[in-house]
Design a binder for this molecule. Structure first.
Ligand code: NAP
Length: 279
């Protein structure tokens, strides 16, 4: 089984970002990462994203607010960032605490700065197959791993485990756009193992540590693992039991070192595109 490394895909995307920004004078594009509270997972993602932007020659700044900020105060602060001409793109770390109406923020964010595709306008564009909007970075990262490794999607049986609005659903639309034949599975799916075994491309986005073992994987399948979980020893792991599928799958992404690294690279490319689109 070949291991598809995220770092190699990320390096290719870095080249694309540099090409996009070649000849741009003045300050590089700036990403605003908006965080409410101190969730360690959010903070770790934020550190990774800042590091990635800087390594791509881009700027990133964290805008952190206390976990008990009121709905009104947060919206006022958010609108300042949204309207700041120096900010070309925004990444909002979610979920937000319960007192903030997340739906309102999704509607308030400038679709041109909405790098992770949370605005209803960008969601609609993804579902319409309109590439002028931003898709959620993780969903796009899955397609990117396949494309950059020259793995054809056209005509293939693609099975996605997970139907969230962040990963599963938009990914189904992106895969359809690439002419895959898509099945989306969830907790009510009957014969999950059999359905997954029929996949030529299997994407795991369930958030269940090492749930998918060799019983879920067909011979020579390509397996993309989106999951980020912690195993019983407290170590980071994906939704796929990589050791178990070694003699079954043709290729698979590891966790860590797979889709996650590509997600932040896609975020960087979105930032460069947003900067250019905003002129
Ligand atoms: P989520 O909102 O919890 O959705 C999980 C989906 O998986 C749901 O649709 C759920 O089905 C389905 N599911 C859960 N357990 C299942 C089971 N036993 N059998 C079949 N389906 C099952 O999670 P998410 O936000 O989409 O994230 C999924 C995973 O990706 C998480 O591990 C998350 O940490 C990771 N993630 C990674 C990145 C990255 O950059 N690599 C980015 C975002 C998320 P129901 O709808 O029926 O409940």
């Amino acid at each position: 089984m070949e291991i598809l490394k995220g770092a190699e895909v990320s390096a290719k995307i870095k080249g694309e970002v540099q090409e996009l920004l070649a000849g741009i004078k003045g300050k590089p594009p700036k990403l605003a990462i908006v965080r409410v509270g101190e969730n360690p997972d959010d903070m770790s993602y934020e550190r990774g994203a800042i590091k990635k932007m800087e390594s791509f020659g881009l700027r990133a700044e964290s805008y952190a607010f206390p976990g008990d900020i009121s709905d009104g105060d947060f919206k006022r602060e958010f609108m300042k960032i949204n309207g700041d001409e120096d900010v070309s793109g925004i990444l909002l770390l979610r979920p937000l605490p319960g007192q903030i109406r997340e739906r309102d923020i999704e509607e308030m964010i400038d679709p041109k700065k909405d790098l992770d595709g949370i605005s209803p306008i960008n969601v609609a564009k993804v579902f319409a197959g309109d590439a002028s909007g931003f898709a959620p970075c993780t969903a796009e990262a899955v397609v990117e791993v396949l494309k950059q490794n020259d793995i054809a999607i056209t005509g293939k049986r693609v099975v996605i485990v997970g139907r969230s609005l962040v990963v599963g659903k938009p990914l189904a639309m992106l895969m359809l756009k690439e002419n895959g034949t898509v099945t989306v599975c969830h907790t009510r799916t009957q014969d999950l193992k059999g359905t997954c075994r029929g996949a030529q491309i299997l994407v795991a986005a369930a958030g269940r540590a090492k749930m998918l073992d060799k019983d879920y994987v067909g011979q020579d399948a390509v397996v993309i693992d989106v999951g980020i979980n912690v195993d019983e020893d407290g170590k980071l792991c994906g939704d796929v039991d990589l050791d178990s599928i070694r003699d079954r799958a043709a290729m698979a992404t590891p966790v860590p070192g797979g889709v996650g690294a590509v997600t932040t690279a896609v975020l960087a490319r979105h930032l460069a595109e947003a900067f250019i689109n905003q002129g």
